[in-house]
Design a binder for this molecule. Sequence first.
Ligand code: NAD
Length: 377
Amino acid sequence: MICYVVAETNQDESRAALTPTSAAGLVKLGLTVQAQPGLGAKAHYPDADYAEAGVELVADHAAALGAADLVLRVRKPSPEDIAGMKRGSWHVSFLDPFNEKDLIGSFSSAGVNAVSLEMIPRTTLAQKMDALSSQASLAGYAAVVEGAQRLQMALPMMMTPAGTIMPSRVFVIGAGVAGLQAIATAKRLGARVDAFDTRPVVEEQVRSLGAKFVKIDLGETGQTAGGYAKALTPEQVEKQQAGMAKIIAQSDIVITTAKLFGRQAPKLVTEAMLAGMKSGSVVVDLAVEGGGNVVGSKSGEDVMTDNGVTIIGHPCLEGTVATHSTQVLAANYAAWITHFWDDEKKEFNADLTDEIMSGCLITHDGAIVHPQFADKS
Ligand code: NAD
């Protein structure tokens, strides 16, 4: 099996789908691993290290794409790249399938089997290949680091002969994978941390990290069978906003991570709340790509409000720590391939009845096979 790893063309993407270490593991399994030169350059994995790991560096992109049985990349491909792949081959990447109806159609008509990393089930068995989690963790960490850099204040309490500096206050909205890592990071830096999530089960986890869980009575909120938050009613959103307003006004950094899987992120921080914040405060909107939790946040831009609040709308904070986000992302790809690898026959065994496969496979053999997308193209 030839596995070809594509270097990202998007200027804002610094990650790669394989590292030399993960590639070496696949070569050991029996795959022929090929990569576009410069694959890991932005994440500081040099071509020479890939070559040493047994990766063939192939300069002719079109030829490599057309010959590959399995193509790996971080971001979704162009329609031209899909058309250049052979029928029956596999493509694994983030796909944003809820918003990419045409792309799914292109995969299906090209007869390419498309796997979406976002759709890998969040089960114990699939933990090693859970790319949403591996990347969200680093995004949560980076959100605090980025926020702290823009804040003209220190985070920890400092007792000096010239007086005491009080700890900065960080408020984390949404305590899933990214939010919990943001809480842990802010605590390590010495901040005083508050957090809120609509899933009550999270309260204990927040407390165990040393943060205070903000209690807001929203009535029935619950979670989906997959563990994701359910959308709130407009009345519940209003209650949540009222409950958070005072804490937001007192906070130096607000980090929002509140996402709804497959849907637009809820708007939680309003213009009035921003107007109530102190000059110099920072808001980091981790949900900016999915519509944003903060009114006025812009993907790829810093926005300064009239009262001096900076809203950071970085679309891929995990990309600011590309060496590590690539390390764990590559391990996710390798774990997915290894799970479906028949070690005796030395071949890829695409067991369509496997629950991980049926969870993340969007198109197969010229058809859209995933039930969530089958009727949407
Ligand atoms: P996510 O990125 O979809 O959302 C982030 C957080 O925002 C969630 O905690 C969600 O409850 C919260 N949120 C949504 N609306 C909100 C609102 N209005 N106000 C405040 N918070 C709001 O979630 P995620 O981090 O991907 O995690 C989703 C679930 O998957 C969690 O239950 C997590 O524990 C679970 N998970 C399980 C595994 C596993 O078992 N292998 C791995 C990773 C995650």
